[in-house]
Design a protein around this ligand. Sequence first.
Ligand SMILES: [Zn+2]
Length: 427
Amino acid sequence: MRVLIKSGTIVDPSEHLELKGDLLIEDGIIREIAPEISVPGAQILDARGCIVAPGFIDLHVHLREPGREDVETIETGTHAAAAGGFTAICAMPNTQPVNDNRAVTRFILERAREVGTVRVYPIGAITQGLNGEALAEIGEMREAGIVAISDDGQPVMNAQLMRRAMEYARQLDIPVVDHCEDKHLSAGGVMNEGLWSLRLGLKGIPAAAEEVHIARDIILAELTGAHVHLAHVSTAFSIELVRQAKRRGVRVSCEVTPHHFTLTEEAVRDYDTNAKMNPPLRTERDVRAIHEALADGTIDAIATDHAPHHPDEKALEFERAPFGIVGLETAVSLAMDRLVHQGIIGWMRLVELFSTNPARIANLPGGTLRPGTVADITILDPTHPFIVRAEQFRSKGRNTPFEGWRLTGAVRATLVAGRMVYHAHFP
Ligand SMILES: [Zn+2]
């Protein structure tokens, strides 16, 4: 089984490599990269004009199975991931039941093996039932295969419990993926607190709700020596806190979502529930700070926070609709269009944000094209137009604020262990 990817621009930050040339895959393993390879009988994949990168990894996905298979399943979610250019995804534990014990972890891994298109790495809960009261069976889940712990969706408000979780995670050598939100400060809020929330008469969530919690957990990371990965940072001061912590050598990393680098709170103006997410869309100033931090390395990763909801739930009035949007099938095109083509970051940095850094953060295989490693590969066509059409999503979710957007840059193909799991049908 030989696959030869011909004439692409090969971009691999892990090897500091940017090269026009060919990449040979043999039995699911990357064999060789060179300006020109010819292998008689190999399956040829023409990558002229395309970027050939190590497989993209999404650290933040809500798959909804077990429990809400009407909204998303491991099968549909991994199909969506493949179409979005991802070869691996991390699955958040807020399913029904919660992934807070090894039985659920095993179920997810087994389902992913049976029906999954891309690799699925479960994240275990920090606390039982995400209740914030007692630690989950973290050690058992680690043995069963979790790669991180998180109560995502629910902040761990008890600092003592969080300290113990961090100590545990440090011993097990896994990161704590941290949803930072002071629940008392955010209580009842449905969008960013500011001019727009006043104008629209909606209760706001202040930036401080996120920043207070980030400050606390940076302090706890410093105290425990644990690796804390901050999920979906959204404010300028959150980023400043991360920048300072990194300078002090604290083991902190962070991710940002495509909606937070693309949209502002103004998107809520027509009470569009597809602009309702947590953390909420922020201000112009915050978006600028995110762009700077994407460019200067303060932000480590782009993650989608893919959160499918039933159309009936999102059709509720703004205050009552659930938080969250889908993201797997729009993230990479948004990043190409809004970041690379706008000159905010280059291709090397894009691949770092989507592949090399996520692999390092969660200690996952991949994130590299080094010969001898597994052939998880994402191929992008930087100039091909991509029009967002929710009805064409592989995901069951349709809740996107980007419907109808015309973007430049599309996913051309996705390969997992050398096997094509997605191939775009354009000339
Ligand atoms: Zn979250």
